[in-house]
Design a protein around this ligand. Structure first.
Ligand SMILES: Nc1nc2c(ncn2[C@@H]2O[C@H](COP(=O)(O)OP(=O)(O)OP(=O)(O)O)[C@@H](O)[C@H]2O)c(=O)[nH]1
Ligand SMILES: Nc1nc2c(ncn2[C@@H]2O[C@H](COP(=O)(O)OP(=O)(O)OP(=O)(O)O)[C@@H](O)[C@H]2O)c(=O)[nH]1
Ligand SMILES: [Mg+2]
Ligand SMILES: [Mg+2]
Ligand SMILES: [Zn+2]
Ligand SMILES: [Zn+2]
Lengths: 208, 208
């Protein structure tokens, strides 16, 4: 419909602009508290010695996430959506217009904490990544077919809590493979660092 | 706008019907995996010796939650929304039309796992309860003003994992009190049962 057409036009412009500067962009989605910000804190602290990240944070309210990540050296732009349950391309374009793209090597969009609505909106990224966590329970992949079919990669975070949650990580990943054969699932802990290098490599992020 | 007016008309009809039968209904909201189903499993197993619960479950896909809860004796009706990110009054009305209200003492609606969209839709309940969990991190109350202002009660679940998450429960509850003075926050563990009787009493659920 009209809103989606307008959005996708803008997403196309964003892609074109990024191609001119040869700068990748990833849209990071995931439910409330799945670990999106923690992952970006980790990337900023561990993999940005020789590169500069731009992060565009989307939340209904507060600049907490932008503050957290920028502490580790990344440039962050916080978007507050008010009642909006997912980011839209026009918001990303507006943020990109305020910066000099030449300064950055990689752009991350941290979408609003929501496992449903962000998946169907194109914000002009190269890839859509969904972060889920073991603390959300063992049924997440089964219950969200639209989101996981739209995802280029899934991350199963907080694996350090799998024992406390009585969750079998292999079982979850196997179950996801059966439902979404094309979808790779990377188990991680943003807390301990386990799996984070594999995750970085899968999204084309240099770790040196 | 038109959609909301139509929805609220139906919500009014639901309230009227329930009043005729003197049967309470609670709308349980909360992010993916916060513990909504676990709470209803607990209520069904522990507090339904002398009463019968009706549960209306909303999910994009699967009947996993309805299956889980009905195992403990409650009658469950599963609604699959497809892409819909929150339940609407017409779906609740349709479900209620299929049952004999006289058989039930209490109705629970388990809304779609989503901390944003369900809060602004009236499904014809007496109260809106939001379940959040310590595993979602310490910023949830600050980041979701619309949802918590629309909530009659908040539940902070999975407190048995507070230590593992390095979360200070008192600090979270105090922070919520400062932002939302009218909002009561009940700390619980649906796993150990801690706080579950207090929670039941707060929503007028008989525990005998
Ligand atoms: N134990 C453990 N905790 C984690 C891990 N990753 C994140 N956390 C914690 O989980 C909570 C939520 O993490 P965030 O990074 O804020 O999650 P988020 O997805 O950015 O949340 P929103 O942006 O609010 O939707 C915080 O308390 C983090 O410290 C992990 O791998 N293991
Ligand atoms: N440790 C612990 N785990 C819990 C608690 N409550 C629920 N869980 C676990 O958390 C996971 C998710 O719980 P659910 O009850 O399915 O959550 P939900 O809110 O119904 O999830 P959706 O309906 O999918 O949004 C499951 O693995 C539960 O066993 C709790 O108090 N403590
Ligand atoms: Mg965040
Ligand atoms: Mg559930
Ligand atoms: Zn939405
Ligand atoms: Zn919505």
């Amino acid at each position: 419909q009209k809103i989606q057409e307008k959005n996708d036009q803008i997403a196309g412009r964003i892609r074109q602009k990024r191609q001119n500067f040869d700068i990748p962009m990833i849209d990071i989605m995931g439910s409330v508290g799945s670990g999106k910000t923690s992952v970006l804190e980790y990337f900023s602290r561990e993999f940005a010695k020789n590169q500069k990240f731009l992060v565009i944070n989307g939340d209904l309210a507060t600049d907490i996430d932008a503050q957290r990540i920028s502490r580790f050296g990344s440039k962050c732009i916080q978007i507050n959506t008010g009642r909006g349950c997912h980011l839209m391309a026009f918001q990303i374009e507006k943020a990109l217009d305020t910066i000099d793209l030449q300064k950055y090597d990689f752009i991350f969009v941290e979408n609003v904490g929501n496992l449903i609505c962000p998946s169907s909106t194109d914000v002009g990224a190269d890839k859509k990544i969904t972060i889920t966590s073991v603390t959300e329970g063992p049924y997440v992949f089964r219950k969200h077919p639209v989101t996981f079919r739209m995802s280029d990669l899934a991350v199963l975070n907080k694996i350090d809590l799998a024992l406390a949650m009585d969750i079998d990580i292999h079982e979850i990943i196997q179950g996801s493979k059966e439902l979404y054969p094309q979808l790779e699932v990377v188990p991680t802990s943003a807390k301990t660092g386990e799996g984070m290098e594999v995750f970085a490599e899968k999204i084309g992020l240099s770790i040196n």
